[in-house]
Design a protein around this ligand. Structure first.
Ligand code: SF4
Length: 115
């Protein structure tokens, strides 16, 4: 039996999941085991999500955030849907949407730069 659990709560994901699909703009951006996603993540959106978690043992004046806002589903940007918010983007990111590629067995990634 499998259970599909959809949440924005990364703490819950870490507790209950074996495999994690990180979604953005309706598509999987990164997929892997819970260990791969939390400890060996590659996608810039996954990186941003995990960096935005406040840590009790780290003092900061401001929390890390992913700059920009969620895109309008009726007017997605061309190319990679994350490109307006991505610090790693290259010209190709604004023109072509990357495919979801296997970067190692069981670990999938949708990114021109990090794949
Ligand atoms: S494809 Fe480009 S814009 Fe999209 S996540 Fe990767 S680097 Fe960023």
């Amino acid at each position: 039996m499998a259970v599909l659990f959809i949440t924005h709560d990364l703490g819950v994901i870490a507790e209950v999941s074996d495999r994690v699909a990180v979604m953005y703009a309706g598509k999987i951006q990164e997929f892997g085991t819970v260990e791969e996603i939390f400890l060996e993540h590659v996608h810039p959106y996954t990186e941003g999500l995990l960096k935005s978690i406040p840590m009790l043992n780290v003092r900061k004046k401001k929390l890390d955030v992913i700059e920009g806002g969620v895109p309008d589903p009726l007017n997605f940007p061309p190319g990679c849907k994350f490109n307006p918010r991505c610090r790693y983007k290259i010209d190709k990111c604004e023109k072509e949407e990357p495919e979801l590629l296997k970067i190692k067995p069981g670990h999938l990634l949708r990114c021109w730069v990090k794949a």
